[in-house]
Design a protein around this ligand. Structure first.
Ligand code: NAP
Length: 317
C-alpha cells in the first residue's frame, strides 16, 4: 500500500499537518519517533499557546495533539525511521526494518537545542535553565539572568530578556562575538546588558532552582561563583536531518524551504523543498521563530501544499 502522505516527526508541526491531511481525505501515516513529541516534551508550563487561559504543561499539550490527530484518523507509529529516500517515487521511508511508501512526505523532524552538558544542567532544566527566552522570559521579571553564547541567538535572547529582567549578563567563551554587527551593536548599546568575555560555565548551582553558576576564565583558568536566578543557553541548535537522501540542506544542516510559483506567477507552494512532493514544516527549516505556534502554522501550510500537490497528481492523465 502506498500512503498519500507520510509525516516524519511529532512536534506541533507534525500533528497539525496530520490533522489537515486526514481531514482533506488523505491516507496519512505519522512516524512519531521513540522520543516523540519534540521540544515541548522537555518544557513545563506553556503560557503562549493560544486556547489555554491558565497555560498548559508542554507534555500535556503534545498528548492532546496526538489524541486529536489519531481520533481524526492519522495512523501513528511510535518508532524511529532510519532512512528517508527521496531519490525516486513513491518516496521510501524505512522504519523498524520495513519500507513504507508515500506519494507525498511532510518533514517535521525539528531541531534539538544544543546544551552545555555540564553538571546540574539536566536536573535544573525548567527550574531556571532554559533555551528559549520568548517562552520563559516572563518568569524572570525583575530577576538577574545569564545568557550563554556569542552568536545571533544569544544576542536576540539577551535583548528580549532585557525588556523584563533586572539585569542580563552574557557569558561568552571568547573575546569576540560571532553575531552580526547589527545585533552586536544593539547589545553593546543596551545598558541592562553586561558582558563577561572569556568565561565558560562549568557547573550550575542550586537544587530546586538555579541560584548561580561556576564560571571558569578561559584564559587564566581561574574559577569564581556567579549568582543568578536563571541561565539561558543559546549556543545553537542541531536540526534533525541525518537520515535524508536527496533533500537539499544549508551549510548548518537545515532543510532549504522553497517557494514555488505557477505558470501565472502566483504562489503555489510555500513549504516546498528541492524535491516535488516533499514538503517541510517547523524548526527543521525555521531557525528564526522556533515557537510551538509557528511550527503548528507551518504544519498547516505544508499540509495544504501537500493537498494541492496530491490533487494535481490524481487529476493528471
Ligand atoms: P551560532 O551562530 O552557531 O553561535 C553559537 C555561539 O555559541 C557561538 O558564539 C559559539 O562560540 C557559542 N558556543 C558553541 N558551543 C559552545 C559551548 N559548548 N560553550 C560555550 N559557548 C558555545 O548559533 P546561533 O546563534 O544559534 O545562530 C544559528 C544561525 O541562525 C546563524 O546563522 C545565525 O546568524 C542565525 N540566526 C539569525 C537570527 C537573526 O537574523 N535575527 C537570529 C538567530 C539566529 P564561538 O563563537 O566561540 O564558536
Amino acid at each position: 500500500m502506498v500512503y498519500d502522505v507520510i509525516i516524519l516527526g511529532s512536534g506541533p508541526a507534525g500533528w497539525t499537518a496530520g490533522i489537515y491531511t486526514v481531514r482533506a481525505g488523505h491516507k496519512t501515516l505519522l512516524i512519531a519517533g521513540i522520543r516523540w513529541g519534540g521540544q515541548l516534551m522537555l518544557t513545563t508550563l506553556v503560557e503562549n499557546f493560544p486556547g489555554f487561559p491558565d497555560g498548559i504543561q508542554g507534555p500535556e499539550l503534545m498528548m492532546n495533539m496526538q489524541k486529536q490527530s489519531e481520533k481524526l484518523g492519522v495512523e501513528v507509529m511510535n518508532t524511529d525511521f532510519t532512512q528517508a529516500d527521496f531519490t525516486s517515487t513513491p518516496f521510501k521511508i524505512t522504519a523498524d526494518g520495513k519500507v513504507y511508501e508515500a506519494k507525498s512526505v511532510i518533514i517535521t523532524t525539528g531541531a534539538d537545542s544544543i546544551w552545555l552538558g555540564v553538571p546540574g544542567e539536566m536536573q535544573l532544566r525548567g527550574k531556571g535553565v532554559s533555551t528559549c527566552a520568548t517562552c520563559d522570559a516572563f518568569f524572570f521579571r525583575n530577576k538577574d539572568v545569564v545568557v550563554v553564547g556569542g552568536g545571533d541567538s544569544a544576542m536576540e535572547e539577551a535583548l528580549y530578556l532585557s525588556q523584563v529582567a533586572k539585569s542580563v549578563t552574557i557569558v561568552h567563551r571568547r573575546d569576540a562575538f560571532r553575531a552580526s554587527r547589527a545585533m552586536q551593536d544593539r547589545v553593546l548599546a543596551n545598558k541592562k546588558i553586561k558582558i563577561l568575555w572569556n568565561k565558560m560555565i562549568t557547573k550550575y548551582l542550586g537544587t530546586d532552582h538555579v541560584t548561580g553558576v561556576m564560571l571558569k576564565d578561559t584564559v587564566s583558568g581561574s574559577e569564581e561563583e556567579w549568582k543568578t536566578d536563571g541561565v539561558f543557553v543559546a549556543i545553537g541548535h542541531k536540526p534533525n536531518t541525518d537520515f535524508f537522501k536527496g533533500i537539499e540542506l544549508d551549510s548548518k544542516g537545515y532543510i532549504v524551504r522553497k517557494e514555488v510559483f505557477d505558470r501565472d506567477g502566483l504562489l503555489k507552494y510555500r513549504s516546498a523543498t528541492n524535491v516535488p512532493g516533499v514538503f517541510v514544516a517547523g524548526d527543521v527549516f525555521d531557525y528564526r521563530y522556533k515557537q510551538a505556534i509557528t511550527a503548528a502554522g507551518f504544519g498547516c501550510m505544508a499540509a495544504l501544499d501537500a493537498d494541492r500537490y496530491l490533487s494535481e497528481l490524481h487529476s493528471s492523465p
